[in-house]
Design a protein around this ligand. Structure first.
Ligand SMILES: [Zn+2]
Ligand SMILES: [Zn+2]
Length: 313
């Protein structure tokens, strides 16, 4: 592991020295050298994640696809989403907007006399085992994610944005990052807010986010894969999440859908939204069958999402 970390640092250093620094110098932006060094790490980590997911999941999709398509054009837009999200401008923009928001939230709480307590304060036994503490944080973050997702389907204005994610008829592992930018911003604030309230240490937070993203990529993969009767209940599988995206199933009924969990199906079982029985493979939103247009390109999807939001809010 340390070998990988060292090699990663070497590549980061080399890239920074040979490409980033000279560009900053040429542009007269040497004041930004420090954030640019961090950004280089971020971009490299993002590329590494995409490579890892591609190497692991593309062969799986080719081997046992849940669905076959002649034309994979629609998937290309999702590839763009992934690059924009993992190595591109989206996180930088979100970080820029989010930091003052979270700081203001923090200041508000503190001036109201509230000082966040970590889970270790509440359950002292967790302080003895970093792994147990990490698992506890992961559980709480995932529970928060479950309720965010329920609301994304329940509230009309939020669904107007979340529909961008569900409008893909060709669901693959690239689908994970296909979201409305405003939705990304709200989700980021939600997650960072919860992490702040329960005092997740920064390095544990980063690990939790990376792990979650890996599982999310797998759960969107176009692959015929179940984890078995028990496994399906322990971790979200491609089958389980495909049912969440299923045409005429994933956004229906009095709970506005089923299988909302990101990591642990336990929440769906507990709150009565689990569906382990469905076997269909087709994904999308029901009104797409009536010809409703959610846009094919990145810009069209973002613009139509905004229009839906304004009409429904
Ligand atoms: Zn959803
Ligand atoms: Zn999804």
């Amino acid at each position: 592991m340390s070998w990988i970390v060292e090699r990663f640092a070497d590549v980061q250093g080399w890239l920074f020295q040979s490409a980033v620094l000279p560009s900053l110098y040429a542009a007269g932006l040497m004041d930004f050298a420090e954030p640019a060094f961090d950004a280089t790490e971020f971009v490299l980590l993002g590329l590494l994640q995409i490579m890892l997911v591609y190497v692991l999941l593309r062969p799986l999709e080719a081997w046992r696809p849940a669905e076959r398509w002649q034309d994979r054009k629609a998937v290309r837009t999702d590839v763009l989403y992934t690059f924009l999200n993992r190595v591109g401008l989206v996180p930088i923009a979100i970080y820029a907007v989010l930091t003052p928001l979270v700081n203001a939230f923090d200041a508000q709480l503190r001036s109201a006399g509230y000082i966040p307590r970590s889970l270790e304060d509440l359950i002292p036994a967790l302080a003895q085992s970093p792994l147990a503490a990490f698992c506890a944080y992961l559980l709480v973050l995932d529970l928060a994610d479950y309720w965010r997702h329920r609301l994304q389907h329940r509230l009309r204005w939020w669904w107007a944005l979340h529909a961008v994610h569900h409008s893909q008829r060709q669901m693959t592992f690239w689908n994970d990052d296909r979201n409305h930018l405003l939705d990304e911003l709200i989700a980021g604030f939600w997650l960072a807010g919860v992490a702040f309230l329960i005092g997740v240490p920064p390095e544990q937070f980063v690990t939790a986010v990376m792990l979650t993203r890996l599982v999310e990529s797998l759960s969107h993969a176009n692959v015929r894969l179940r984890f078995g009767a028990l496994g399906e209940r322990l971790l979200v599988s491609p089958r389980f999440h495909r049912t969440h995206h299923a045409l005429g199933v994933g956004h229906e009924g009095d709970r506005y859908g089923c299988n909302f969990a990101t990591l642990f199906p336990l929440w769906d079982v507990m709150f009565g939204t689990a569906n382990f029985a469905y076997r269909g493979t087709e994904t999308g939103i029901r009104d797409q069958l009536d010809g409703r247009d959610y846009g094919e390109t990145f810009l069209a999807q973002q613009w139509l999402g905004l229009k839906r939001l304004i009409r429904r809010a």
